[in-house]
Design a protein around this ligand. Structure first.
Ligand code: ATP
Ligand code: MG
Length: 229
């Protein structure tokens, strides 16, 4: 089943006073349960592509279909439901709330989405990222890898169908990178969530099923990974 697709997607930005085409007619489809890596040089449009696919950034033209519906057809309320439950993001900078505990950080999206906190769900998601024992610790006490795992738990607590990760391992040392990539892979296999992960690392890209390569706002290659890690 296709959960996400775009057709002739275009995004123009005013860069230094000049109208610039940052995404230049991209068409692409993502299946449920696919783990896709997006690569390409700095400035090629990877982050912008993710923001357009998730509706965070408004497209200039073309179409984006999320979970079977054209993004333009979503009203404000549906868009906010989409953002608070069906899709999640993790970033290079973990974006945790420093004065909060692990638990408080993880439940934040539920509070924002005005949803009930199911304690069992919180325990399960913390166990899945191996952080149950840090549940009541302030996040500032944790290592970088642990903080990113808190961010992953926070992204998963709403049981999203699509997880976007923008250089989620960009700030981590190589050993921790492997642990986080294996964790994403495990979550993908267990929950059949669709993951779209931007990375600059050739090795990280091999944890996915498929690699998209971007250049100058276009997808220049789209291939299956045959030697998956
Ligand atoms: N909000 C914005 N306003 C103006 N220009 C922007 C904006 N966001 C991105 N751009 C421009 O769009 C181009 C693509 O940026 P984008 O962040 O998508 O690249 P990227 O592939 O994610 O790069 P990196 O690997 O460095 O993160 C860049 O030239 C950037 O300056
Ligand atoms: Mg980027």
């Amino acid at each position: 089943m296709i959960v996400l697709s775009c057709h002739n997607l275009v995004k123009d930005f005013l860069v230094a006073g000049k109208q610039t085409r940052v995404i230049n007619g991209v068409s692409c489809q993502f299946e449920q349960g696919e783990f896709v890596s997006v690569m390409g040089p700095s400035g090629s449009g990877k982050s912008t592509f993710l923001y357009l696919l998730s509706g965070i950034e408004k497209k200039t033209s073309g179409s984006v279909q999320i979970l079977g519906k054209e993004i333009d057809q979503y009203n404000e309320k549906e868009i906010s439901k989409l953002r608070s439950s069906d899709i999640s993001f993790i970033f290079q900078a973990y974006n945790l709330i420093p004065n909060f505990t692990v638990y408080e950080n993880v439940i934040t999206p539920l509070l924002i989405g005005k949803k009930k906190v199911n304690e069992q769900d919180v325990d399960n998601v913390l166990a899945s990222v191996g952080l149950k024992k840090y549940k009541n610790s302030p996040v500032t006490m944790l290592s970088g890898g642990e903080q990113q795992r808190v961010a992953i738990a926070r992204a998963l607590i709403t049981k999203p169908k699509i997880l976007f990760a923008d250089e989620a391992t960009g700030n981590l040392d190589s050993k921790t990178v492997v642990a986080v990539m294996k964790l994403l892979q495990k979550i993908n296999e267990l929950t059949n969530i669709t993951i779209i992960h931007v990375t600059h690392s050739e090795k990280c890209a091999l944890y996915g099923h498929r690699i998209l390569n971007m250049l100058d706002g276009k997808i220049i290659s789209d291939r299956k990974v045959t030697n998956r890690l």
